[in-house]
Design a protein around this ligand. Structure first.
Ligand SMILES: C[S@@+](CC[C@H](N)C(=O)[O-])C[C@H]1O[C@@H](n2cnc3c(N)ncnc32)[C@H](O)[C@@H]1O
Length: 159
């Protein structure tokens, strides 16, 4: 569990069909770096490297989820994925080409000053929550078969 002030951020994974759409929107090239801030069980970084052959880094606070991701990396034989155990607020992700997020709006708000310092054309893809202060290039909707719900995906392209 993560914490915002006194509030806990639970591990709620993005459904697989939403992950697929997020990656389809970002379409990372093989020489690009994707960073998932709060990577949970690693499903985004693992899928990104397996399908798009890109470099990917997950940042995750929960040691159990970090271990789980590491086991999956080994069993899938992937060599372009890393998971770092740590606090996403302390991690410098400004060299990423793609950032993926499934975090609460107050966390996204805190991260805004870091997002605006990132290089031009960085794509930020955020599941369900928009980033306060940034205007999305596009908002997509996915009817997830897994959850039976409609999920939003916000795409930002930095200028
Ligand atoms: C809603 S889950 C999303 C997981 C994954 N990105 C996905 O879409 O399936 C949010 C994750 O962020 C992690 N998290 C929350 N606050 C964090 C922090 N300050 N630093 C690192 N990870 C954090 C939680 O432990 C949780 O695994």
């Amino acid at each position: 569990m993560g914490r915002v002030g006194r509030r806990l951020i639970p591990f709620v994974p993005s459904p697989k069909d939403v992950v697929e759409k997020m990656l389809d929107i970002a379409s990372p090239a093989p020489d690009e770096l994707l960073v998932d801030l709060g990577s949970g069980d690693g499903r985004i970084v693992l899928s990104a490297s397996r399908k798009y052959k890109c470099w990917s880094i997950g940042i995750e606070k929960n040691p159990r989820l970090v271990e789980l991701t590491r086991r999956k990396i080994l069993s899938m034989g992937l060599d372009r994925v890393t998971v770092i155990r740590g606090d996403l607020y302390n991690y410098d992700f400004t060299n990423a080409d793609v950032v993926t997020l499934y975090l609460l709006p107050d966390v996204l708000k805190k991260l805004y000053p870091k997002f605006v310092k990132m290089k031009k054309d960085t794509r930020i893809v955020s599941h369900d929550y928009g980033i306060p202060g940034l205007t999305p290039a596009e908002i997509y909707e996915v009817n997830s078969i897994e959850t039976g719900k409609r999920h939003k995906i916000y795409l930002y392209i930095l200028r």
